[in-house]
Write a new protein. Sequence first.
Length: 220
Amino acid sequence: MRQLHLPMRIWDVPTRLFHWLLVILVGTSWLTQNRGWMEWHKLSGYAVLALLLFRLAWGFVGSDTARFARFVKSPLAALRHLSHLTRREPDYEIGHNPAGGWMVLVMLVLLLVQAVTGLFSNDDVDTEGPLTDLVSKTQSDWFSHIHDVNFNLIEGVIVLHVLAIVAYAVFKRQNLVRPMVTGKKRVPGATRQPRMASPVLAAALLVVAAAAVAAVVRWG
């Protein structure tokens, strides 16, 4: 007897909005830095930091599939999953797969380093982060160096992320983008629905995160 597959809501709206807003803001940060639009670059960085603070909190109190405890598996589990990369199989994963979970964690850490170091950085011309006066010039230069080098790492992880999406589409015939757009995926009918947290809670956390970043910037 053929198993019944039904569309199921896997990703909540806050998680999906975070994902796509982060894509836009990282691209904006890159563009504004390359064009020398440093005031816009700083604003984009503040927005990234607010989103990251929200996502960190959402990773503990958000929906099941957004929680770190649900998708951060052991490195061995991630390697075992990658060993089956070329095996064509249906995508029944509820949330991030073990390898994808580590990719998310690495990206969050790198972006957090990028946003925080930007607060203390300078470009030796006329642009400084809002907290530059709290450290010495030598320390600010060190933060600036980390800020530059770390973005190269972010670019590398982005390339790996895109290549992974393509590899899953080619080898496994799995579309990893569609569920992050629609929030839904077709899974076996007996699959348990993941719990979705309140969007009101998400909005409150985002407001708190934005207020915290605004307070830091204004204090600096």
